[in-house]
Structure formats: C-alpha cells, structure tokens
Design a protein around this ligand. Structure first.
Ligand SMILES: Cc1cc2nc3c(=O)[nH]c(=O)nc-3n(C[C@H](O)[C@H](O)[C@H](O)COP(=O)(O)O)c2cc1C
Length: 157
C-alpha cells in the first residue's frame, strides 16, 4: 500500500473494517467513507457511521476503535461484513477472519495495517448543513451518519 499516493482512494476503493469493543464483546463492519488527516495537532482517522448500525452502539460505548485494511483476497468477506449486521450473525466468531487484540480494541490477524484510534470527537451530520441533493439521495428515510474522529495512537502492521 502506498500512503503517499493512494490516500484519497484508500477507503473508497480498498474498503476497511471499522471495529469497536473488546475481545469478549466487539462488532465490526465494512466502511468505505472516511479519511486520514490532522486536527488539533494530532494524526486522526475519521469515519462516518449511520446511527442504525450495530457498530454505532459499540462506537458509542468504547473509547477506542480500529480501522483496518485487508489484502484483495478478503474482499468477499468484507462484502459480507458490509451487508449483514451483527444482529443477524455473530461477527466475533463467524466473520471468516481471526480476531486479534489491538491495544484496548480489536482488529484481525489478516489485516495489512490497522489504525488504533482513541475517540476524540463525535457529531451528527445534519442534513440542513449539506447540499440539498445529497440530503435527498443519501438520507431520505434513512438514518443519519455520525462523524467520529479518532486520534491514531498506533499503526499496527
Ligand atoms: C463497501 C461498503 C462500504 C460501506 N461503508 C459504510 C460506511 O462508511 N458507513 C456506514 O455507516 N455503513 C457503511 N456500509 C454498510 C455497513 O457495513 C453495513 O450496514 C453493515 O451490515 C453494518 O453492520 P453492523 O450492523 O453489524 O454494524 C458499507 C457497506 C459496504 C458493503
């Protein structure tokens, strides 16, 4: 992975897993929206999670989360984890990946790289603050996204 040149397509094309919780109780889901950058002089990862996702509950409850990226051969697993909720399947046991501790959070052995993040900021993306066409196409009858910004405290590869 080339972080110098691929930064804008990293989430969008490669996808990632967003994971929160501990080894006894965690959840994970596929994400393709997000960013890596800087705020308040800290390196940060930003993710956008609809309030309807089970992972959102885990993001609320936990101080840490991870964003992890995978080799192409795991694409179909990421597809399943992005389609099925942890309410319908046991994502701790049946994800097809091998859970692994990452500091105070969780990731998977198969990850090429994991960003361990400490939650810094959460805010709802209010439809009145976005272009009308986006509000209509993305949010009509659908749950809002919350933006979570996490300080990247460790990069595990
Ligand atoms: C490629 C892909 C990208 C996705 N990106 C996001 C995202 O950035 N934010 C989000 O809230 N949901 C996203 N989703 C949807 C969630 O991954 C999906 O609803 C998942 O089943 C939620 O699981 P959970 O209920 O166990 O948290 C994406 C799904 C796919 C397949």
């Amino acid at each position: 992975m080339n972080f110098d040149t691929d930064i804008f397509t990293l989430y969008d094309k490669k996808w990632a897993l967003l994971t929160a919780g501990n080894e006894n109780d965690f959840n994970t889901m596929t994400i393709s929206w997000g960013g890596l950058g800087t705020i308040w002089n800290k390196p940060v990862a930003t993710v956008y999670v609809r309030t309807s996702r089970l992972t959102h509950d885990y993001m609320d409850k936990n101080e840490y989360f991870t964003v992890s990226f995978y080799p192409e051969k795991y694409r179909s697993i990421l597809g399943v984890l992005g389609k099925k909720s942890g309410r319908e399947m046991n994502k701790m046991k049946d994800s097809g990946l091998t859970p692994k501790k990452a500091g105070e959070s969780m990731t998977f052995e198969e990850a090429e790289v994991t960003f361990l993040c400490r939650k810094l900021f959460v805010q709802e993306l209010k439809t009145e603050n976005m272009p009308e066409n986006i509000a209509k196409t993305m949010y009509a009858g659908q749950a809002a996204h919350d933006m979570f910004i996490g300080e990247v405290v460790e990069i595990i590869s």
